[in-house]
Design a protein around this ligand. Sequence first.
Ligand code: UDP
Length: 251
Amino acid sequence: MARRKKIYEGKAKILYEGPEPGTIVQYFKDDATAFNAEKKDVIEGKGVLNNRLSEFFMTGLNQIGVPTHFIRRLNMREQLVRNCEIIPLEVIVRNYAAGSMSKRLGIAEGTQLPRPIVEYCYKDDSLGDPLVTEEHIAAFGWAGQQDMDDILSLALRVNDFLSGVMLAVGIRLVDFKIEIGRIYDGDFQRLVVADEISPDSCRLWDIETGQKLDKDVFRRDLGNLTDAYSEVARRLGVMPKSAVAKPTLIN
Ligand code: UDP
C-alpha cells in the first residue's frame, strides 16, 4: 500500500488521510495510557479488540439512527471514518458513581445515580481535561445552544443503547465518555458520535461479580487488560477469544 499521510497521532490511535476526500483512517494502537499519560504500557491485542468493539457499537448506533462517523472497518487495526471537526469536549454519561465523580463528591463507587448524569470536560491534556459547565462552553464558544441540545440528546441515546446491549450480556454500564464531531454538508452541519467507543472509554462491570472489564484494570493494576476486553468481545459475540493474540507485556 502507498504510504499515507499521517494527520495526527494520539495516545491510543493514529489518524491517516483516507482514500476519498472527507474520510480518515483510524489506526488503533496497542498503547495504553492513564492519568494523563503518566502511566504507560503497550498491551498486545488491545488495538485489535478496540477496533472491533468500536465497530460493533458504532454500527449498532448507526442502525438505530444515531449518527456516527463510522463508515466501515478496513482490517484488524483500521477503520474508515468520516472526517469531522471534533468539538473540544469529553462528554461523560454516568449511571453509577465511579472514578472522578466519586472522588469529587464523596459518593461511594457503585452507587446508582437517581438518573443518568451528563458531564462535560474541556479536552486539553495540558490542563488534565478539566470539568466545565455549559456556561464555560457557551462563553468560550466551544459549542452553541443548538449543539448542546443535540449533544445531550446524542449522549442519552448512546447511553440507552449501550446500557441495553451490555445488560443483555450481564455487564453494567457504569459510565462512558464520547466525543462529538461536526460534519458539514454544504451549508448545513450535523453532529455525529466520533472517536471510539470501547472499554478504554467506558466503565464496564460484571453484573454478578462486579469484576471490572474496562481500562480500570490497567489504571488500577487489577490484572490482564486484554483478557478483560476479550471477555467483553466474547460476550457480545464480536470476536472469538482465540482470535486475540496471546497477551504479552512489553515495557
Ligand atoms: N474517560 C475517558 N477518557 C478520559 C477521561 C475519562 O475515556 O480522558 C472515561 C473513563 O474511562 C470513564 C468515564 O470517562 O468511563 C468517566 O471517567 P472519570 O471522569 O471518572 O475519570 P477517571 O476516573 O477515569 O480519571
